[in-house]
Write a protein that binds this ligand. Structure first.
Ligand code: PGA
Length: 253
């Protein structure tokens, strides 16, 4: 049984988010003092919203994010940036509009790339991550089906940024936001499991009772493509940040 995947339980989602915000703050400050950038991998969804509020608050209190470079995990294919449900919109509304990250440092996969250009676009996304020096800290959520990014069940570990089809559960989870399952895009560009495992540190956040089952399975299961979050057992510095509800199905001790 692999043993490197750790978890920390916080009383609330706010506490977990504040802890991760403090970790990011330290990284940003240390690198700024060394005149070096920080490369963050970022996630969308309801889970990181509190983290992003904390980071915005840190900026209001004077922390500069000018030395930060970001790469988002994924984007729906077929959505313009201006679409209300695009991850471009989500990231700007919930985070980037409130920080001083130079726009050229922000990378979110482009959901409007034509099919014939997708392979080279995905290779270019990977190249940009490498050129930035690799991801220092990757923030993740977890889907009810165990996905990380849009690496759905069945995803293989050696795949880099690529185009994928969304799984039924993912479409169901997104249906409300899109006003019906029929309006949810069926494909996305996503960093691959390989891209995520290449990050120097990974923090997966999961909050609420609806995540308790998948969190418990991900932490205790052998590594399996059926539950992509289990690939994090193969990472040397991956941690789950949980609130008490998401940790409620973990056995004690
Ligand atoms: P959520 O999504 O944060 O909205 O629960 C997480 C995910 O699907 O990765």
């Amino acid at each position: 049984m692999p043993a490197t995947l750790t978890h920390q339980v916080f009383p609330t989602a706010e506490d977990a988010s504040a802890a991760l915000a403090t970790e990011i703050e330290t990284l940003v400050r240390v690198r700024a003092s060394e005149n070096r950038p920080v490369v963050l991998g970022l996630a969308t969804g309801s889970t990181p919203i509190r983290l992003y509020s904390e980071l915005a608050q840190l900026h209001r209190m004077g922390l500069s994010f000018a030395n930060v470079i970001t790469f988002n995990l994924d984007e729906y294919l077929g959505l313009e940036r201006s679409h209300a449900e695009s991850y471009w919109q989500f990231m700007h509304f919930s985070l980037f509009d409130h920080l001083d990250i130079p726009p050229e440092n922000i990378h979110i996969p482009d959901g409007t790339i034509a099919d014939e250009d997708l392979a080279s676009y995905c290779a270019g996304y990977e190249a940009a991550i490498r050129e930035a020096g690799g991801i220092d800290l990757q923030v993740l959520g977890i889907g009810h089906n165990g996905h990380i990014g849009f690496n759905e069940p069945g995803s293989l570990p050696e795949v880099a940024t690529h185009v994928t089809s969304l799984n039924e559960i993912t479409i169901r989870d997104a249906a409300r936001a899109f006003g019906g399952a029929e309006f949810v895009p069926t494909r996305a560009i996503t960093m691959g499991v390989r891209t995520i495992l290449d990050a120097r540190r990974v923090v997966l956040m999961a909050f609420g009772t609806s995540k308790a089952q998948v969190v418990s399975e991900a932490l205790t299961s052998e590594v399996t493509a059926d539950l992509p979050a289990t690939y994090l057992h193969n990472h040397q510095d991956a941690t789950f940040y949980l609130d008490e509800e998401a940790a409620s199905m973990l056995s004690q001790g």
